[in-house]
Design a protein around this ligand. Sequence first.
Ligand SMILES: [Zn+2]
Length: 387
Amino acid sequence: MIKEEHFCNKCILPDGFLGIHLNSDHLCNICADPTYKTINYSRTKISPERRTEAFNDWNAVVKDMQKNHRRRNYDCILGYSGGKDSTALLDHLVNELGLTALAVTSDTGFMTDIAKDNMKDTLKQIQVDHILIEDSISTFTKLYKYHFLHHNSNEAFLARYICDYCSDLIHSIVVKEAIRRDIPYVLFGYSPDQTFRYFYEMPQEEVMKKWKPDLLDSPFFDDNDAKWYLNDEEIEGGNLPRVLLPYHVISYREQEIIELVESKSYIKKGHADPLLTNCNVVHAATFYDFNRYGGILYAYQYAELVRLNPESRKKWLRTLKMSAPLILENNFKRREVNNFLEQIDVTQEEMLEHIEKQLSEDPNRESIKQNIEMFRKRKRKQAISVI
Ligand SMILES: [Zn+2]
């Protein structure tokens, strides 16, 4: 039975959620202490000074690209996904700043048909060179498979890491293209709310040292996988591009971006919806996480939305209660999740078996199981009342 007192009075996080416990006032750690951090969630605050500094830097970078425009084949590389943000950034670079960009797409094996259509439509109208890298798909597949069968943490959601590992690989592939062609800037169209790891620039220290994961040493992987990450020669060659996220500092309004890409027919009407290009890897990780931890990564974000707008608490709590049993039973995005598991060659039973083993060794297993049962029981009760 879902009891109201099981949830934080102010947001919607339940007691026993990863890293979260309610105090005697029924407040969760984050509501009680705004500086509270967990491995899964922390607020990123960017000071106005840092913002201004980054904005000035971007203007200097644009000047530098324009000044050297004729001396280089390409002024910059754009990591191009076919989504609305990278599409709009491509338009900005080419049509507003007059730059020559090389668009580079790294296919993870899970690119949607909509994203591919978007690219075709856009590249008919924006004359830029485009590289589509598909040979790395098998490495992405292995990377996902490894994590779904080996994720081993009592503290961190699978969804917390899977995106990092996947984007580190995408970023590496794009940066390698820049090094190969001696292109000084690599740009990605991350939106202003995507600042969990990086604000405006991915530091070179991280590009060099953090992106290549230790797990590549596992016999699960081989040289064919390692080759997509930066090698010592590239790291020591002194030829690393700067990796920048312009939308963190220049004007970004989601509605304007949608209108722009639709009005210029880069993206068909309705196809700019991020839900359509959303990643199936994340849907599958969410299914994993709910069964393993009794919660999902997104709940931290919903909870933050509630803190910003207390009136929305009821709505988000209802969303959580309604979606939880669906996610638990793999009835939410079922087809996408099943397709994903099939493509990485992992059966649902194998995955659940791994989860069961991990859960049985987790010191918090009792409260996790309680949360899972709480959300599951509601479904049973409904089923009975229907009968
Ligand atoms: Zn709270």
